[in-house]
Ligand binder design. Sequence first.
Ligand code: HEM
Length: 617
Amino acid sequence: MATELLASSQLLPWQPLVQLLAAVLFLLLPLVYLLFFKGDGNGGVMDSASAPSPPGPPRQLPVLGNLLQIGSRPHRYFQAVAWRYGPVVQVQLGSIRTVVVHSPEAAKDVLRTNDLQCCSRPSSPGNRSKPIYICTWLGYCQQPKAWMDPSFLTVVLGHAELQSSPSCLLPSHPPLRPATAVVIPRLPRYHHPTVGSRSCWGENERRLATIATLQPSHHHTTNYLDVAVSPYSAYWREMRKLLVIELTSIRRVQSFAYARAAEVARLVDTLTASPAGVPVDLSSALYTFSDGVIGTVAFGKVYGSAAWSSSEWGGSFQEAMDETMQVVGSFSFEDFFPSSALARWADALTGAAGRRRRVFHRIDGFFDAVIDKHLEPERLSAGVQEGMVDAMVKVWREQKDEAFGLTRDHIKAILLDAFVGGIDTTVVTTTWIMSELMRNPRVMQKAQAEVHNIVKNKSKVCEEDIQNMKYLKMIIKENFRLHPPGTLLIPRQTMKTCTIGGYSVSSETRIYVNVWAMGRDPNIWDNPEQFYPERFEDKGIDFRGSHFEILPFRSGQRICPGIAMGVANVELVVANLLYCFDWQLPKGMKEEDIDMDEIGQLAFRKKLPLLIVPMKH
Ligand code: HEM
C-alpha cells in the first residue's frame, strides 16, 4: 500500500515544478540569509549568534575553570591548547570567559574586522572602582545607555565611588547649566570628594557631562585615567591623542634624540670602564639606559642627575618604578573574579592588595613631587620647556577647551603610561637581540660588518647612520618574531558579540592574541625556531601592524603609540653595542649553553641574566 502511494505520488503532475522551486530556493538560500538575517554589524558575513562558540578544553575545576592550568607562561599553555583544538580557542579563567587566537586570519578578525568591538580593556584591581549608581543633578535622571555610551560611563564611573548625595559631597561644585548631566559615582571612604570639577564629552550625543572629580585614592592610582588600561571611550581617545602629541609623535621622538645620544654615551662609558675580561649583566646596564631615556623625555635633563637623586624626592624613583612594574603585572584573584567579594578578601589575605596600595602611593608621591617642581614660579617664568611634564603643565595652565579638562591626575596617568610602557619593553627586546646574536656568531659577524661598513672614524653610531643598516633592521624584525615582549598582547574585552575565525564570541569576553605562538608556527614560517634574519630579505613584511603574522606592537586602534620611540631606542643601542665592542661568552661557556627560557608578567624577558664580556674596539 505504501509503495503504491509512493508510486502514485511520483506521478503527480506538479512534482517537477516543486523540485525546481526547491532547487532555486536552495541556490538562493545564502542571499535570503543575508537579506533577512542581519549580522550584528561586525562586518562578518556570518551571523555571530548562529556561529558556534570556539572549541576548547573542558573546565578542569568547577569555580576556577582552567585557571590553574595556564601556569607562569600562559602563551605556551594556550599554544598547546591550539595545537589540539585549532587556532581560535576558548578557556574559562575563573569567572572570565577567555578566547585566544593563534592565526593571522583570526588575529585580523580581532584587530581589524572587529577592531572597534574588541578594543576595550577588562578592568583590573589596579585601575578599578565599582560604579554604584548614576545620578544627574538638577532633576535630570536617566539610565546611562539613554544618554551616553556605556563604555564611556565605565570610565566616568571608574573614577570613584560615592555613597551620599551629590549636593552634600560637592559643596564647592560650580553652578551647572540645567541641561548639564552630572555623573556621581560612589565614593569609598578614603576619597576626598571636593577637589574640583572636570568636563568630558559624552560619546553619542556630545553632551557635556560634568563629572565629580575625585582625588585618586592611594588604592587606585590610575583610576582608569591612563591610556593603557582605560576602556575604549571618548576619554581614552583624548588621552591617547595627548600622549602621542606630547610624547611619542615622530616630531617628539626626533626632538629627544639628545636624550638617546647622552644615554648611549653613558652606557658605552660604563661598559668600557668595567673590569677587563669580567662578564657584565647586560640587562641591568640596558635598564639604566632605557630608564634614563624615558626619564629625561618625561622629566627633563634633571633626571638621573645629582639634583634628582637628592633626598627631596624621598628615596629611589627607580626602586619605586621597579615595584610598580611588578605590581602592575602581578597575579590577583580580582583579575579573574572581578565582582567577587571573596576575591577581594583573598587579595587582602595574600597581601597583594596592600602591596598594590603601598606601591601606587609611593609612585604617586613621586609624580606629585615632580609636578610641583615643574610648577615652581621661577621655572614657569623662565619658560623652561625641556620635558614632557613641562609641555603638559603648559597645556594644563593654558587650556581653554573646557571639554577636556586636563588635571594633575591626567599628567600622572600619562607619566605612568610612559614609564610602564617604555622602559621594560626596550630592555627586554635589546637583551633578547643580544642573546640571539651571541648564540649565532654568523649573524653577529654579519651585523658588525654592516655597522662598521657604514660608520667610519666616529666614536659612536648616530641615528642618521642607522637608516642604511638593512641587516640590523632584519635582525630586529626576526627578534620581534621570536621574542615579542607582550607574548599575548595586553588583554582586551569585547564590547559586542562578534565573529572571530568563524566562531561566535560573545560580548564581555576577554581576548588574547598569541603573537608569541604565531611567531613560531611552522604553518607560517620555515624553520620557525631558527634565528634567521635573512628570511625577511626582499619581503615586505613589517611589524607595524599591517602584517598579522608578526605583531609585537599590536595593530588597529590600540596599537602601541610608542612604536617610533621604542624602535629608535632599540636600533640605536644595538648598533652602538655592535660598533663599540666585540662580545665574548664567559670562559668555558658555549653558544648552546645560553639559556633562552622566558619569564615575566606584562613583558616576558630572558629568565636568566645575559652575562657577557665586552671588549672595547
Ligand atoms: C620595543 C618597544 C615596545 C614594544 C614592543 C611595545 C609593545 C606594546 C604592546 C604589545 C602594546 C599592547 C597593545 C594592545 O595589545 O592593546 C603596547 C601598548 C602601549 N604602549 Fe608600547 N611598546 C613599546 C614601547 C613603548 C614606548 C616607548 C611607550 C611610551 C613611551 C609605549 C607606550 C604604550 C602605551 C601607552 C600603550 C597602551 C596603548 C593603548 O592602550 O591605547 N610603548 N605596547
